[in-house]
Design a protein around this ligand. Sequence first.
Ligand code: ATP
Ligand code: MG
Ligand code: MG
Length: 559
Amino acid sequence: EEKKSLSFVEQLVESDLAEGKNGGRIQTRFPPEPNGYLHIGHAKAICMDFGVAEKYNGICNLRFDDTNPSKEDTEYVDSILNDIKWLGFHWENVYYASDYFQQLWDFAVWMIKEGKAYIDEQSSEMIAEQKGTPTQPGTPSPYRDRPIEENLKLFNKMNTPDVEEGSMVLRAKLDMANPNMHFRDPIMYRIIHTPHHRTGTKWHAYPMYDFAHGQSDFFEGVTHSICTLEFVPHRPLYDKFIDELKAYKGETENINDNRPRQIEFNRLNLTYTVMSKRKLHALVDEHKVNGWDDPRMPTICGMRRRGYSPESIRNFIKSIGYTKFDALNDMALLEAAVRDDLNKRAIRVSAVVNPVKLVITNYPEGQTEEMEAINNPENEADGSHMITFSRNLWIEREDFMEDAPKKFFRMTPGKEVRLKNAYIVKCTGCTKDENGNITEIQAEYDPISKSGMEGANRKVKGTLHWVSADYCQKAEVRIYDRLFNVENPSADERDFRELLNPDSLTIIPECYVEKFAAEKKPGEYLQFQRIGYFMADLSSTPDHLVFNKTVGLKDTWSK
Ligand code: ATP
Ligand code: MG
Ligand code: MG
C-alpha cells in the first residue's frame, strides 16, 4: 500500500538506502542558475529536491550554478532565496559553483596532463559541424593530438584577458564516434570576459555545465542529483567525469564512496504560458508585462503578487506527480488547487466591482447600522467584522434587471431579495438617464427582516452583496486572463510574441470595497463575496487602493 504511493524517485532512493549506499546518508541539492526569476517549473524541482531530503532525514543544499557570468546577477540570487523561503522550504547550506572554480581548474589541468583534454582553436560552428550525426561518426579536430605542453600553455592563456571570446575552447578527448553525441569530445571550458558577480575578473575561462555540475555534486557529497529529463543523455558523461575525478583523487570504488546518482523526472509545462527563461526575459525586457512579478507571469513572485498561496502551488505539484514522460499540464488544475486552498483561508469581504447605486427609500437619511459579517465560514476561529449599512448603497449592475425572466432571483421591480448580513428589501423601481442607462435603483427595506428577527424566516431566493456608498472606499481592480491565446505557445511555429493575449489585463478603475477590505495588505488572502479571490497589490496605497483578482470562484476555463 505505502510503496504504491511512492514516486519512482522515492523508490530509487529507498532501494539505495536498503543497499546501504553511502552509509544511509541522503543529500540532495537544488541548483538554479541565477539568470532569471524562479517559475512554477522550478517549484516542481524544489518540491522534489527538498521533499526527498525532508522525507528521508537528509539535507538539501541550495547551489547556485553560476558558471556563465554573461547572464547572471545578484538580483536573481536574492529573488531565488526569497522565493524558496516563501514556498516553505529550508536549505542546509548555500553553495555556489563558482566556489569550485579553482578545484575544477586543477582537475582540468590534470586531465590535460593525462592526455585526456586538448585546446581546440576552431570556431564553434566548425566544431558543431564536425560532431557528425547520431548515425555517422564525427570528424576529429585537427588540434586533437597537439602536444600536452602546448595544451597546458594555451589553457593558461585562455584564462587571461588577452584572448578573444570564442577563439579557443578546452575539449575532453573522448570518442568522436560514440553514439551518444555528448561523448564526441565535449567542450569543458570556454572564454567569457564579462565580470562574474562573485569572482569579478579573476577568471576568463569558465567550465561548461557538463564539466561543473557532477563535480560540484561530488565535492559537496550529494547522494542523489535529481534533475529534469533533458539531462538523460548527459548522464553517461556525468558519470564519466566523476570516474575521472575519482582517478584524479586516487579514490577507489566502494559502497560508501559518495558517488552522486543522477535521476531525471519530467518538466512541468503549463497551458497558455511559457517556462523558457529566454522568453520570460523577453516579455520583461520588451515590456509585454510589467516586470518579473507581473501577476500574469508563471513566476513564483508573479503568483505570490497575484494572491496564490504557497500551499496551493505545492498541492498542485503533488497532484500532477513525477513521471518519465513530458506532458502539458492544465492551467485549470492549478487554478482549482488555488481555489481549493483559498476557500479554506480567504477572509470574506464585500466589494462591488461594477457598481450601480441602490437607494433604500424608507431608510432614514443619515442613519447607519453596524452589521456583523462572518470572516470565513470555513474557519470559525477567523471571527467576524462589522460592515456599515446605510440608505445609499452600491450593488453590482448585473444584479439588477428591469424586465427579468422568471428565474432571475436577483433584483427586479416588485420582488424581494436579501442583502447579505442585512435586511430583506423589495425593489420599487429605477431611474434612467436620457440614453436609457440605469443611474439608480430604489428599494424599500423590511425593518424586522434582519437575521434573528421574526421577519427573517420567509423564503427569499436571492442574496446580494453590497457596500455602503457613504462608508466604503474606491479601489482599482485588476482582472487577469490567460497570458497567451494558444494552449501551447512553445509548440507553435509563430513567434511567441504574436501569440500573446492582448486582453490579458483589464483594469477597472472604480470599484468600491468595504472599509475592512481597504485595510488589507498584500499577503492577506481575500474573497470578494460572489466574485472571486483577491489580494491587495504591492502598489496599493491608502489613497489609491489596488486589488488583483487571483482567481474566480468557479472554473471559467473549461468549455
Ligand atoms: P532555462 O533552460 O529556461 O534557462 P533552466 O531549466 O536551465 O531554465 P535552472 O535555473 O538551471 O533553469 O533550473 C534549476 C533547476 O530547476 C534544474 O534542476 C531544472 O532541471 C529545474 N527546472 C527548470 N525548469 C523546470 C520545469 N519546467 N519543470 C521542472 N523542473 C524544472
Ligand atoms: Mg540550467
Ligand atoms: Mg536549461
